[in-house]
Structures are given as structure tokens and as C-alpha cells.
Write a protein that binds this ligand. Structure first.
Ligand code: KG4
Ligand code: ZN
Length: 346
């Protein structure tokens, strides 16, 4: 079978409405991302009903833009790849219905794609770089997941562990709220931490030795305790940074604790499983300190996508679509979304 493909990707699992056209799983002809950040910011997190409604309002124009920016019509596309899960049910349905409608109207194959797998494949969109080398030890860190995965070959995964409570991105978002910083919390904490001393507070690291799991809820509680110490009257989260709260030091010390555990455990797993390279993906992989620390501590190559491909986008969905299309995947038009779908294991 010819390896030449052009895949339309659609992504609506959380708070970005995205569509993209990708050639051969690696060349991005277009990638359109409509962010809903400003809609959710007043709530300090993603409000599911608001997200679904916004997806409905923007999905047509986002797909239309992706096709027109790629200068192609559906007749030049080989398959439609859409995020099937995991994610918010009401949001996933919007992208899925759009994809089904397009597939039905055009006769093109429909491919339901796992969002975690899509984050992994963001690495294959870096055309100028050398192909990643298997076995890869992958860390997926997003708003909903913190997973350590051994990737032995294309589309082949062994899950080693993951978070037992909050995902890394979720911890950033929750601690940002505690500190009165804006949503999304990751970039806000990163910026606040620039001015801070990462050793100001010795926050706990949950090493969970003997497992490849993570836990960030104890760390979050430790930050809360510290905030309460300086603000004894504080009951719930704060609306804006409070005067007298050492935001920069708290943010820097919190970030250092998260980064420390993520980097150390990932590199340890890479050694243990004799991985040739490390792959880091998902929204939190945009974090400057995380990227720097991997660079400093790793003895093997660490692959991290460019910033625009770390957070949710549809190019990564199309990149998986390419692999799965060539592997023969064709989904029926009545497939359902899978809001809690884990990464498929061998
Ligand atoms: O992958 P993603 O866009 O969506 C999900 O699949 O969840 O990840 C979003 C998460 C949010 O929790 C956000 O705070 C976090 O990624 N994030 C960051 C940074 N940029 C985004 N966390 C730390 N540092 C960043 N620079
Ligand atoms: Zn994601």
C-alpha cells in the first residue's frame, strides 16, 4: 500500500476546538486551534457545558479553515481521524458527530483516535528532526493524565504507571487557584516561578518507590497549608493574588517538586526498561523548567514537541490517523465516544 496519505484530524476532547490536515503523518498542511480559555477563565477551570456549546459553535468554521488553509477539499483526503476519548463526554460528541457527518457525506473512512496516543504522536510531526528510536520511554503529562508508557514500536504500548490522584496539569491548575493565579494554571505558575526561589519551601515529593505511579495531592495540600499559614483567615481559594502571599517562592517551590518527581521517575524507568530515547508530551511538557531539567539530567536523548504541539491540537490526531489508516483501521459510523478510554495495550 502506498504510504502517501492526507488525513483530516478533528479534536474536541476538552477546551480546544481543533482541526488539521496532515500529510504522511508528519507534514502539517494546516492546524487550526480555537481556544476556549477566555470562556473558562472566570470559572478557574473547564466548565463542561460551556465547553460543549463552544465546540458546537466553532467546529464548522474550524474544520472549514483547516481544509482551506491546506488548499484541499475532502476529495483530496484519505480518512477522517477524530478523538474518541478520553475526555469530556459532551465535548467529544461534538467532534465525533462532525467527523461522522463528513464521513457519511464523503464516503471517507472514519478513524476513532485515542487522545493520549495522539499526544505521543505529536513527536512525529517534527519533520526536520530524526525519527524517534524505539523502545521509547514516554511521559504523557496533561490536564487529565500523568502516564509512564513504554512504547516498543508504532502503536504498541505497555503502561508502566500513572497518577493515583491529581494529574500533573491538574495539580498546576489547582495550585494556581490556591495562589489566586489565572487559569490555565500551568503557564501562570511557570511565569510566577521565574521570580521565585525554588528552594524557599521544601515541599514533599511522593516518590512511591517500587512503582511507576505518581501522586500530587499531598503536594497540593502542603501548598495549601503554607498559604493558610501566611493567610490565617483564608477559607477557600482566592480570587486574585493576596498581598503578603509569597507567590513567586510558592510557585517556584511547587513547580520544582513536580518537575523533580516527573524527571527522576521517567529517567529511572528509561534506564530500567533500556529505552533508547525519552519522549515527553501533553500540555505540561510545555513547561520550561521541566524541559530544562530533562535536558540537564538525561544521559539519553529526550524528545519534546515544539510548544504549539504540546497542548491540544488536531495535527497529532491526524498523525495517529495516518499510522492507523495504514494499519488497516476502519471504524463503523455508529461508534460511540469513550470518555475514560485508556491507552490501548498490546
Ligand atoms: O494536553 P492539554 O492541552 O489538555 C489535556 O489533554 O488535558 O494539557 C492542559 C494542561 C493544563 O492543566 C495546563 O495547566 C497544563 O497543561 N499546561 C502547563 C503549561 N502549559 C499548559 N503546565 C505547566 N507549565 C506549562 N507551561
Ligand atoms: Zn491533551
Amino acid at each position: 500500500m502506498s504510504e502517501d496519505t492526507r488525513i483530516l484530524g478533528i479534536e474536541t476532547s476538552c477546551d480546544e476546538t481543533a482541526a488539521a490536515v496532515v500529510e504522511n503523518g508528519s507534514s502539517i498542511l494546516s492546524s487550526v486551534v480555537a481556544s476556549q480559555v477566555s470562556l473558562h477563565a472566570p470559572y478557574g477551570g473547564v466548565f463542561p457545558e460551556v465547553a460543549s456549546r463552544a465546540h458546537v459553535e466553532t467546529i464548522y468554521s474550524v474544520v472549514d479553515q483547516a481544509l482551506s488553509q491546506a488548499h484541499v477539499g475532502l476529495e483530496a483526503i484519505d480518512a477522517i481521524a477524530v478523538t474518541r476519548g478520553p475526555g469530556l463526554a459532551g465535548s467529544l460528541v461534538v467532534g465525533m458527530n462532525m467527523a461522522k457527518g463528513l464521513a457519511l457525506g464523503s464516503g471517507l473512512p472514519l478513524l476513532g483516535i485515542n487522545h493520549l496516543e495522539a499526544h505521543l504522536y505529536s513527536i512525529w510531526l517534527m519533520e526536520d528532526e530524526e525519527e524517534p528510536e524505539f523502545p521509547l520511554l514516554a511521559l504523557i503529562v496533561s490536564g487529565g493524565h500523568s502516564e509512564l508508557v513504554l512504547m516498543k514500536d508504532h502503536l504498541s504500548y505497555q503502561r508502566l504507571g500513572g497518577t493515583l490522584d491529581d494529574a500533573a496539569g491538574e495539580a498546576f491548575d489547582k495550585v494556581a487557584r490556591l495562589l489566586g493565579l489565572a487559569y490555565p494554571g500551568g503557564p501562570a505558575i511557570q511565569d510566577a516561578a521565574e521570580e521565585g526561589n525554588s528552594k524557599a519551601y521544601d515541599f514533599p515529593r511522593a516518590w512511591l518507590e517500587g512503582t511507576w505511579d505518581f501522586s500530587f495531592s499531598g503536594l497540593k495540600t502542603a501548598v495549601l497549608r503554607q498559604v493558610r499559614e501566611t493567610q490565617p483567615d483564608l477559607k477557600a481559594g482566592v480570587e486574585a493574588p493576596l498581598p503578603g502571599l509569597p507567590i513567586a517562592d510558592l510557585a517556584a517551590s511547587f513547580q520544582a517538586a513536580v518537575v523533580d518527581v516527573l524527571v527522576e521517575k521517567t529517567l529511572l524507568a528509561a534506564k530500567e526498561f533500556e529505552a533508547r530515547q525519552v519522549l515527553v508530551s501533553g500540555g505540561v511538557s510545555a513547561n520550561r523548567s521541566l524541559r530544562e531539567m530533562f535536558e540537564q539530567r538525561a544521559e539519553i536523548t529526550v524528545r519534546v514537541p515544539p510548544l504549539a504541539l504540546c497542548t491540544d491540537n488536531a495535527a497529532m490526531v491526524a498523525a495517529v490517523g495516518h499510522r492507523r489508516f495504514l494499519a488497516g483501521q476502519r471504524d463503523a459510523l455508529d461508534i460511540d465516544v469513550l470518555p475514560t478510554w485508556p491507552l490501548n495495550e498490546d
